[in-house]
Design a protein around this ligand. Structure first.
Ligand code: ADP
Ligand code: MG
Length: 258
């Protein structure tokens, strides 16, 4: 796989209009006995580098299925996902693993931290997979956890922390390899509104200061309107509408990126 996906060289590609993600006639059907559920049904969309997009829709509309396809956690039934010019279906297993490790950072509603590990160890895990020198790892982790205000909690296990702290740790873990894409599946779904706001402010900061492309699944329209620059609506696995969120700059509105 080319450096375009993995390399830190692409860090300068902020919201310069280049495409981060494109899906073409993307489908994901789940077989349930005789029946087939069209979780993602012929979705073609484009997301530019540096955009902050919210995927909205009712429960069961296909949001997580779509996000998982973009994350390379699942393979399409048909159609394609193209990230920074690379068709994920053409990547070898090894390159797909690399893509998930280095290009994508992911956070989930349920945090998904490993309960037996301290925060430091959780955040360190992607660095171990990426074969970063042991000597460098602790400093990188401490810096990442400091960034989300968790320095006093480094040696704690997830069960000893609040939901907000766990999600902050999950964010630090998602960002540790400097991914270009942050994919968030209902990141505030298990949090109260104050803590949710805190998490969203971090996500916005990463979008703006690190120029990360953010795709966030949510069913809360108010949250999407407040933070995202574009909203994409799904219903029954289909794209029903894409509209700019409030406060979108005119350039993007004209761009018609979808
Ligand atoms: P959302 O995230 O919008 O709630 P999902 O993407 O989780 O929606 O699900 C879309 C549809 O696909 C739903 O009807 C759901 O039941 C179905 N679905 C999701 N995952 C699976 C699976 N692993 N096996 C079978 N059906 C699934
Ligand atoms: Mg979901």
């Amino acid at each position: 796989m080319g450096a375009a996906v993995n390399g830190p060289a692409s860090h300068s590609a902020a919201s310069d209009g280049s495409l981060a993600i494109r899906t073409e006639n993307l489908c994901r059907y789940y077989r349930m006995g005789e029946a087939s559920i069209r979780a993602v049904d012929d979705i073609s969309l484009s997301i530019r580098a540096g955009e902050f997009v919210a995927l909205l829709g009712q429960s069961g509309s296909g949001k997580s299925s779509l996000l998982n396809l973009i994350a390379g956690l699942d393979r399409p039934s048909s159609g394609s996902v193209i990230v920074q010019g690379n068709d994920l279906a053409r990547l070898s297993r090894q390159d797909l693993a690399k893509y998930r490790l280095r290009t994508v950072g992911m956070v989930f509603q349920s945090f998904n931290l490993i309960p037996s590990m301290t925060l430091l160890e959780n955040v360190e895990l992607p660095l171990r997979f990426a074969e970063v020198d042991r000597a460098k790892r602790e400093a990188l982790c401490c810096h990442a956890l400091d960034r989300v205000g968790l320095t006093p909690r480094l040696r704690h296990r997830p069960s000893e922390l609040s939901g907000g702290e766990q999600q902050r740790a999950a964010l630090a873990r998602a960002l540790i390899n400097h991914p270009r894409l942050l994919l968030a599946d209902e990141p505030t779904g298990n949090l109260d509104s104050h803590t949710g706001t805190e998490i969203m402010n971090f996500i916005r900061e990463f979008n703006e200061s690190l120029a990360m492309t953010v795709v966030m699944v949510t069913h809360e329209r108010a949250l999407a309107e407040r933070y995202a620059k574009r909203m994409i609506f799904l219903a029954d696995g289909k794209l029903v509408e894409s509209e700019p969120a409030l406060g979108l700059d005119a350039e993007l509105t004209r761009g018609g990126a979808l």
